[in-house]
Design a protein around this ligand. Structure first.
Ligand SMILES: Cc1cc2nc3c(=O)[nH]c(=O)nc-3n(C[C@H](O)[C@H](O)[C@H](O)COP(=O)(O)OP(=O)(O)OC[C@H]3O[C@@H](n4cnc5c(N)ncnc54)[C@H](O)[C@@H]3O)c2cc1C
Length: 335
């Protein structure tokens, strides 16, 4: 039996699996897709978040000139922003998981016993571990939470391409351009505020994305696409070439997982999304080590080469309490 089973091999799953392995625990991973399949999303992050972790070389692009527009005024963030090179990030995290046993399949059922849990996959395999970490994303397979308010989503429609005129200044990154003079009263009545998120990729290529920060239900991609084109046209800009389209939708206000369960969540599965920006990868990178440490301490697992003691409390209820306290200790919630 493994000490830990990590469900999901996205950013959160690979981070926590590597951090647990670093601490000497035996870890098994369960991945629904081939392990090296490139992750679908593009991840933005402030450069200083990576610098603090000594990981700046994972940046694929970086902009010193980062601005926003609020109430019509330009605000200089005085903070460099970057996009992670997601292939580098994935390779780096998988490197940290080297030697780890990854099973391909989807977790479909879980059963909890006094000192371990059993996960059944859609391939009919059963996997056993002392603790299960669910990192299966925003719609988690095992983490339970009580949802008693409408779920608000961040939604965005973006285009990477070439334009008749530069949509932002050369070498500029625009985090939030909330200017909305181009919208009519009817447009504004139709849907809530949206902003432009945009960047210069160089060589005449730009990314422009119309974004709704948090709406319940999530704003439709048709409205976002129309607003993006309206915004560009109001500045005399036409789209000449479309290289890639991004449609982004994820929940922003999911409550914390229930403390009384025998599964620990990490990443999107555990609602680890910054409530204002929707970012989560920086927070995951910072917290994977803390969570792994909390699991090590609270589960009485001592790491490689040492004795392994059973769960404090021994029975199922004891395990639930322990998972709840791991959630509190391991995350340092949402900063
Ligand atoms: C288009 C888009 C752009 C985004 N941009 C940013 C950004 O710039 N910065 C940022 O910080 N965040 C961004 N986000 C938020 C993003 O969702 C999270 O940052 C991040 O992907 C969450 O990581 P995760 O590992 O928790 O979940 P995911 O990335 O969703 O990974 C979960 C993994 O678990 C697997 N899985 C699911 N179910 C099972 C199962 N039953 N059994 C086994 N495996 C399973 C999935 O296949 C997947 O590989 C963006 C999201 C989207 C959609």
């Amino acid at each position: 039996m493994f000490d830990a089973l990590v469900v999901g091999a996205g950013p959160a799953g690979t981070m926590i699996a590597g951090a647990l392995r670093d601490r000497g625990l035996s870890v098994q991973g369960l991945t629904a897709v081939p392990l090296r399949e490139t992750w679908p999303n593009t991840y933005g992050i402030w450069r200083d978040e990576l610098e603090a972790l000594g990981l700046s070389d994972l940046l694929g692009h970086c902009w010193e000139n980062a601005v926003s527009y609020f109430n019509g005024a330009e605000i200089d963030h005085h903070r460099a922003y970057g996009l992670l090179d997601k292939v580098k990030l994935q390779n780096y995290l998988l490197e940290k998981c080297q030697g780890l046993d990854w099973v391909q399949g989807k977790g479909v059922a879980i059963a909890h016993h006094a000192d371990h849990s059993t996960v059944t996959t859609d391939q009919g395999e059963t996997l056993q571990a002392r603790i299960v970490v669910d990192a299966s994303g925003h719609n988690p397979v095992f983490v339970e939470r009580q949802i008693d308010q409408p779920v608000a989503y961040q939604a965005a429609y973006g285009i990477v391409g070439r334009f008749s005129k530069p949509p932002v200044e050369p070498e500029q990154f625009v985090l939030m351009d909330f200017r909305s003079e181009h919208l009519s009263a009817a447009d504004k009545a139709e849907a809530g505020p949206t902003f432009l998120y945009a960047m210069d990729f160089g060589d005449g290529v730009f990314f422009v994305e119309e974004t709704s920060l948090a709406e319940a239900p999530g704003m439709g991609f048709d409205i976002l696409e129309r607003r993006l084109i309206q915004r560009l046209r109001s500045r005399g800009i036409e789209v000449l070439e479309v290289h890639e389209v991004e449609r982004c939708l994820f929940p922003m206000n999911l409550p914390m997982p229930s403390f009384e369960q025998s599964v620990v969540g990490f990443g999107g599965a555990a609602s680890m999304v910054h409530p204002a920006s929707g970012y989560s990868v920086g927070g995951q990178l910072r917290r994977a080590g803390d969570l792994a440490g909390a699991i090590l301490r609270r589960c009485g697992l001592r790491g490689r080469g040492r004795d392994r003691s059973p769960w404090p409390g021994g029975m199922g209820y004891g395990r639930r309490i322990v998972c709840g306290s791991i959630i509190c200790i391991g995350w340092g919630w949402r900063s």
